[in-house]
Design a protein around this ligand. Structure first.
Ligand code: DX5
Ligand code: ZN
Length: 227
């Protein structure tokens, strides 16, 4: 069985108590904190920046996986690395020089990922896949949590799985958008190993149920154990 990783997206967390929300998912078994950065330009929404990354960094040893939905990307990358990001992913459409952006991230000691929107072709991987640490397949259009999983993403995940396996390298294959308890196993069968889940985790159960994140993360893992 691959080493599956669960990455709660803090986009759906209660921002009034973000620190507690992060500690709670990590204590409940999350492996990665997925940090969605939106700029009201590349996507029609506005979220959080390096200051918030810096503020949450001391709270956890978990990997902070920064998903940049911003354009342009290069200027803001060093700020996120200084703020403690472990992985930075960007969209090819948002960079003038994709290879240069990957280098910029890695030269500062961070891992680099390339993100594919539902309609973005995979040929952007053609000359850079070997350099990447992660490929992120969007299974919704970026900008908002709580959207429905786009089934075509499964075909894309299958295709990327083959490409990654052919490199023989340890490159994560992450999926983001509409991941739930009832579809995570099918997504894993398609070849994903890292699962972003925002609303599925942060909207689970009742607010006063202290075990709600534990329960939903355990349910996601038990589905993965069936794969
Ligand atoms: C969408 C973000 C996702 C989103 C996932 O632009 O990149 O990370 O928060 O949320 P759910 O799991 O609710 O689809
Ligand atoms: Zn994301």
């Amino acid at each position: 069985m691959p080493n599956y990783r669960i990455a709660p997206s803090i986009l759906s967390a209660n921002f009034a108590k973000l620190g507690e929300e992060i500690t709670a998912v990590v204590d409940s078994g999350a492996d990665i904190i997925h940090f969605d950065v939106m700029d009201n330009h590349y996507v029609p929404n506005l979220t959080i920046g390096p200051l918030v990354c810096e503020a949450i960094r001391p709270l956890t040893k978990a990997i902070i996986d920064v998903h940049l939905m911003v354009e342009p990307v290069d200027r803001i990358i060093p700020d996120f690395i200084r703020a403690g990001a472990n992985i930075i992913s960007f969209h090819p459409e948002a960079s003038r020089h994709i290879d240069r952006t990957i280098g910029l991230i890695q030269e500062m000691g961070c891992k680099a990922g390339l993100v594919f929107n539902p309609a973005t072709p995979l040929y952007y991987l053609d000359h850079v896949l070997d350099k990447l640490d992660l490929v992120l397949i969007m299974s919704v259009n970026p900008g908002f949590g709580g959207q429905k999983f786009i089934l075509e993403a499964l075909n894309k995940i299958r295709a990327v799985r083959k490409l990654i396996d052919a490199t023989g390298k340890d490159i994560l294959l992450e999926v983001d958008g509409g991941v739930k308890v009832d579809n995570i196993a099918e997504i894993a069968r398609a070849g994903a190993d890292t699962f972003v889940a925002g609303s599925a985790i942060y909207s689970a159960g009742k607010d006063n149920d202290l075990n709600r994140y534990n329960t939903v993360i355990a349910a996601l893992r038990s589905e993965l154990a069936k794969v």
